[in-house]
Design a protein around this ligand. Structure first.
Ligand SMILES: [Zn+2]
Ligand SMILES: [Zn+2]
Length: 171
């Protein structure tokens, strides 16, 4: 969980403080799938105060497990997402446009997960070279070959191809 101890802002003379955090984030649901982080997420944040408002700016980066749209295998996607959030220390003020917090610690976990979701690609592909699944037998073509490919070429055509190759040896 990402929690910022903003109490410290009252104790130091400057109006901002830098947080460098490495934290485990909880898994979450997106479009009916549970996504999780295989390793701790790095957060570099500058936290400043503007009157009663706390401004959190920076970025988070790390790895998240996605399912490849082509081969349907899980893979680690490296993300880097910008973070910019404002929190108002007015728990009972419903008119505030900012998320409110109480006490001296702000839990920014759910806001940061939303920022990470925004940084995810529309299509998840494990790699440019991913060959996907065979449309006929469903075999993962990254892991091995199947015999379906040969069926695509009409046997009569393959004879013709051999003939053309013989006629044009340079091709
Ligand atoms: Zn793939
Ligand atoms: Zn196949």
């Amino acid at each position: 969980m990402l929690r910022l101890d903003v109490e410290i802002l009252k104790k130091i003379p400057s109006d901002f403080i830098r947080f460098e955090l490495l934290e485990e984030l909880p898994s979450f649901e997106l479009h009916g799938e549970i996504l999780h982080f295989p390793s701790p997420v790095k957060a570099s944040l500058l936290v400043s105060k503007n009157g009663p408002t706390i401004i959190v700016e920076g970025s988070v980066s790390g790895r998240i497990k996605l399912i490849c749209d082509r081969c349907l295998e899980p893979f680690d996607f490296f993300f880097e997402a910008p973070v910019k959030e404002c929190y108002a220390h007015t728990p009972n003020n419903s008119e505030s446009e900012f998320v409110s917090y109480s006490g001296d610690v702000i839990d920014i976990t759910s806001d940061v997960i939303n920022d990470i979701i925004l940084s995810l690609p529309m299509k998840s592909i494990c790699g440019e070279e991913c060959r996907g699944l065979c449309a006929k037998c469903g075999c993962n073509l990254n892991k091995g070959h199947c015999n379906c490919k040969n069926d695509d070429i009409d046997p009569r055509l393959s004879v013709l191809q051999t003939f053309v190759r013989k006629m044009n040896p340079e091709h």
